[in-house]
Design a protein around this ligand. Structure first.
Ligand code: ZN
Ligand code: ZN
Length: 270
C-alpha cells in the first residue's frame, strides 16, 4: 500500500505498447492508496513531422480522443484526482510548432523527454545495437546537451526520466559526476521540475531515473520534484513507491510538486 503519493507518468494503450484500459490504471491507483494520478501518454510526433521507425506514440488523430478520455475519467472519479498530462519528445527545431499545438489543449502538465538521437530510439529494447557502434562519451555529451536544450526551451513543466541514456547499462569510461553537476545546474537555472521515475528499476540499469547522486544534487539546488512510475500496464502504477519515498527523504526532499493547468504547487511528501 502506497499512501497519498502521486503518480504523474502513466501511459495508455493508444501508444501501442501499453496494456489495459485507462479505468484499470485508475482502479490500480485507488487500490494502492494514491492521492492523485496523471496520464502522460506519448505525444503523436507525426504532428511535428517526425515518423518514428517503430510505433511508439498515439496517432495524430487520436490526440483529441485521448484528451477527452482522460477528462471523462477524471469526472467519473470520487476520491482519486486524475490529471491530464502528456509526454512529448524534445525535437530540436520543432519548438514553435509544438508550442502552438500544446497551447490548444487543457493540459495540467507537459513532460519533456528525450528518446531519440538523430532518429535512433535509444530507449527501445529492439534498438540497443546502436550503443555498440557509437562512442559512449560522445553519446552521453549529446544526450545531456539535448536535456539542457529541452529544459531551456521553456516548453515543458517536467523533465522526464532525466538520465534515461543509462537505461540499458551502457556507460562511458569517463567520470560521470560532471554530467550530474551540469544537469542539476540547468534544472535549477530553468526552474523546470525533475521527475523521480521508478521504471529504471526494472530496466537493465536497475536503478531509478535519476540515480541517487543526481537526485541529491537537485535537492541541494532546490529543484522541485514529482513522481512517476512510467506505467505501461495497470499493475505498474505506483511501482517501487515506498522505496522512492524513502529515497526522496534521504536526498533531502520534504515536498513534491503537483500541477493544475500548467501551474505548479507543492504538497508535503507523505
Ligand atoms: Zn512508452
Ligand atoms: Zn519516456
Amino acid at each position: 500500500m502506497v499512501k497519498d503519493l502521486i503518480d504523474y507518468h502513466i501511459h495508455t494503450a493508444l501508444c501501442g505498447h501499453a496494456a489495459g484500459e485507462m479505468a484499470d490504471y485508475a482502479a490500480a491507483a485507488a487500490r494502492k492508496g494514491l492521492r492523485e494520478i496523471g496520464f502522460a501518454d506519448h505525444f503523436p510526433l507525426r504532428l511535428l513531422g517526425f515518423d518514428p521507425p517503430a510505433k511508439v506514440t498515439m496517432e495524430a488523430e487520436e490526440l483529441d480522443c485521448y484528451v477527452e478520455a482522460v477528462r471523462r475519467l477524471a469526472r467519473s472519479q470520487q476520491q482519486l484526482v486524475v490529471k491530464l498530462g502528456i509526454e512529448v519528445d524534445y525535437l530540436p527545431g520543432k519548438e514553435e510548432e509544438l508550442r502552438d499545438i500544446l497551447s490548444r489543449y487543457p493540459f495540467d502538465y507537459v513532460i519533456g523527454s528525450i528518446h531519440f538521437i538523430d532518429g535512433w530510439d535509444f530507449t527501445h529494447p529492439a534498438q540497443t545495437a546502436g550503443y555498440k557502434t557509437r562512442d559512449l562519451g560522445a553519446l552521453y555529451r549529446r544526450y545531456f546537451d539535448l536535456v539542457a536544450e529541452a529544459c531551456r526551451s521553456g516548453l515543458f513543466d517536467i523533465i522526464g526520466h532525466v538520465d534515461v541514456i543509462k537505461k540499458f547499462g551502457f556507460f562511458p569510461e569517463e567520470d560521470l559526476e560532471p554530467y550530474w553537476q551540469k544537469t542539476a545546474a540547468v534544472l535549477k537555472e530553468t526552474g523546470i521540475c525533475l521527475e523521480l521515475n521508478t521504471a529504471g528499476k526494472e530496466a537493465p540499469a536497475g536503478e531509478f531515473y535519476p540515480r541517487r547522486r543526481l537526485l541529491e544534487l537537485c535537492s541541494e539546488q532546490g529543484v522541485a520534484v514529482t513522481l512517476g512510475s512510467d506505467a505501461h500496464a495497470p499493475e505498474q502504477v505506483g511501482r517501487f513507491f515506498p522505496e522512492a519515498r524513502a529515497l526522496l527523504r534521504d536526498a533531502g526532499y520534504r515536498e513534491v510538486a503537483l500541477f493544475s493547468g500548467r501551474r505548479r504547487s507543492t504538497v508535503p511528501l507523505p
